[in-house]
Design a protein around this ligand. Structure first.
Ligand code: ADP
Length: 615
């Protein structure tokens, strides 16, 4: 374990990450600015209210009580006292109304806006980062999880702003009061605060050491507990009860170890707690300071009785609020680490970008892959090597091969979800990088094996857009072609039926096969010049598969189509078949020619023929 690593009680390594102070400050301001830009009211009003709250407390607890004591000490007129009390009561009431309207209400009203604006900015970015980022677990863990914490961080940043401002207000007001009334008093407050703070730090370190010592025996105790309670062990401990004797002995030993751990540092802990709470806290605060005040009042006549009472009364409050200077920075450091992730995420520059602005034609695409190689990461072996293939406009191409051969990866390259590591992909004779990326992707209709059904209506799921943009006739045709229209017609709200239960109790869950048909409808609706269907019929029964294949060929007559399938009954319909193995094209030809050749494809066909030969 390096000196920078600390094992926490749950056994995970926590890296102590050092950040320069400038970065901590910049990051915190960055997030505050983001919140402020989303809603200035959300930040300003509660911030002002926290200052107002402390001023109000000061006026009430110091000024008003001090005034009342002075009035009693120096015999002020009743009218004067009553006027002052009413005036302050009025101010406090106005302040409370401000809290309700400007602080609490404004915060509740504006919070959703802030969350929405910040999240939309992050979602927008998430859409544009390269797919390869999701292959990197570090990126996934830090950036993507950082996004999921936005709500919590907005609230904690606001709490942080409020607590810093409250603390600073108390320290400024009460500190000034101490300086005005009796300068020397500040030394008592500071001495008590600094010594108590040092003791707290030592106390925390001792507690941490005890936690570390307790961790191994506590794991043993947890294990024994699980064995006695969990269902998994229930049979064994009944059939072999002797095993529990061993466990009981281990449990007793573990308890002894826990006790020893506590005992080893108990005296030190007690000593430090005594110093912190009694000697540097109560003794300096109550005994020494009050004695000093009495000396100033009785012997020196340097302060009034009312000031003596107020100073003694506010001592603890001022000391408590000085904590703002010791707690602010560690909290800011913690938040800074989080914000750095958000900043890195927002600053990420996608690598797959439009290198030109060529617009794709709407005619069936011709494709040409020249010496294409690809690996997911620099240090990983290639998953595609030296791929050369030509696809003519309107051709129906099948990619076949066993799992892991590289078929889906090839499709991802065609879609420009990744860029090739070597070689070039040309669409209609133009390097795919030269196209305007968004238009290029729009010109290809794709169904991946791991497509998703979104929580929206049937119609929205087909058009993948807001319902108002739908061409109803085309939606109906797409569903008919994919074989889903009978099922949709039977639904009470037809095309407007919500899918999944995410947003609607009345949502409908489609079966795996129906979902696949729905995904295929999307491609039919899109009417793109190139269609790529990755295992479009894997969840269908043979009859439905046959029907879908037929409809697919009908619907895509004048399109270029690439489909991937394990099911060779589908691929036999293709004009040409490419067989992939370990990232290379090992065979190419029509179904018949490949069978005649008696190679890998023929072998695969033979293995599957039993199941499909009748179809
Ligand atoms: P197929 O579609 O033929 O089953 P894939 O293209 O999905 O094959 O996968 C080809 C190879 O690439 C496999 O070895 C797979 O484990 C690997 N692979 C796929 N996706 C990733 C990824 N995101 N990161 C690293 N390796 C991957």
């Amino acid at each position: 374990m390096s000196s920078n690593d600390v094992k926490n009680p749950s056994g995970e390594k926590e890296k102590k990450i050092k950040q320069p102070a400038s970065q901590v400050i910049k990051n915190n301001f960055f997030f505050m600015k983001m919140m402020f830009q989303a809603s200035p009211k959300f930040v300003l009003f509660p911030a002002l209210d926290s200052i107002r709250g402390e001023i109000s407390i000061f006026v009430e607890h110091v000024f008003l009580i001090g005034f009342v004591l002075e009035a009693a000490e120096f015999n002020y007129s009743f009218r004067r006292v009553a006027f002052m009390i009413l005036l302050i009561a009025g101010l406090i009431t106005v302040g409370m109304i401000f809290t309700v309207l400007a602080g609490d209400y404004m915060q509740e009203k504006e919070r959703p806006k802030v969350r929405e604006k910040i999240k939309l900015r992050l979602y927008e970015k998430a859409r544009s980062v390269d797919l390869s980022c999701y292959d990197d677990p570090e990126f996934y863990n830090s950036q993507v999880l950082a996004i999921s914490e936005v709500d919590k961080r907005i609230d904690s940043t606001m709490d942080f702003i409020k607590s810093v401002l409250s603390g600073l207000t108390v320290v400024t007001l009460t500190g000034s009061y101490f300086l005005i009334k009796d300068r020397f008093s500040i030394l008592f407050v500071l001495t008590s605060f600094i010594l108590s703070y040092i003791c707290s730090q030592i106390y925390n370190k001792l507690s941490f050491r005890i936690r570390m010592l307790r961790y191994p025996p506590e794991r043993k105790r947890e294990y024994v507990k699980r064995v006695f309670y969990l269902k998994d062990y229930a049979k064994e401990i009944r059939l072999d009860p002797e095993v529990t004797d061993v466990l009981e002995e281990r449990f007793a030993n573990a308890n002894e170890e826990v006790y020893e751990a506590e005992k080893s540092l108990a005296k030190k802990k007690f000593g430090v707690a005594f110093l912190k709470n009694y000697l540097f806290g109560d003794f300096i605060g109550d005994t020494l300071y009050v004695s000093y005040l009495m000396y100033r009042y009785i012997i020196m006549h340097a302060i009034s009785l009312s000031s003596t009472v107020m100073l003694a009364h506010r001592f603890g409050d001022l000391k408590r609020n000085l904590r703002v200077f010791t707690e602010t920075y560690p909290k800011a450091c913690e938040t800074s680490l989080y914000i750095q992730k958000i900043r890195d995420f927002l600053a990420y520059e996608p690598k797959v970008i439009s290198e030109g602005d060529v617009k794709p034609s709407s005619e069936a695409k011709a494709l040409s892959l020249e010496g294409v190689g690809f690996s997911y990461k620099k240090d990983l072996p290639e998953v595609l090597s030296d791929i050369n293939l030509q696809v003519n406009p309107g051709e129906k191409i099948a990619l076949v091969g066993y799992n892991g051969a590289g078929k889906t990866t090839l499709v991802k390259l065609l879609m420009r979800l990744y860029d090739t590591t070597s070689g070039t992909i040309l669409a209609d004779g133009v390097d795919v990088k030269k196209y305007d990326l968004e238009s290029y992707r729009d010109s290809i209709g794709t169904v991946f094996q791991d497509f998703e059904i979104f929580a929206g209506t049937v119609k929205e799921n087909v058009i993948l857009d807001v319902a108002e943009h739908a061409d109803e006739a085309r939606v109906a045709q797409a569903l008919l072609d994919s074989g889903l229209s009978r099922r949709v017609d039977a639904l009470s709200m037809k095309l407007d039926t919500p899918l999944t239960h995410e947003f609607s109790e009345k949502g409908v869950d489609l079966s795996g096969g129906e979902q696949q048909k729905l995904a295929v409808s999307r491609v039919f609706y899109q009417n793109a010049s190139l269609m790529i269907l990755d295992e479009p019929s894997s969840a269908l029964d043979p009859i439905a598969e046959y029907q879908l294949n037929h409809a697919m060929l009908q619907a895509t007559k004048d399109k270029t189509v690439i489909f991937i399938s394990h099911r060779l009954s589908t691929t036999r319909l293709a004009d040409r078949i490419f067989m992939l193995e370990e990232g290379r094209i090992v065979e190419e030809g029509t179904h018949e020619s490949l069978l005649l050749r008696g190679g890998k494809y023929a072998e695969m066909w033979k293995a599957q023929a039993g199941a499909y030969i009748e179809v």
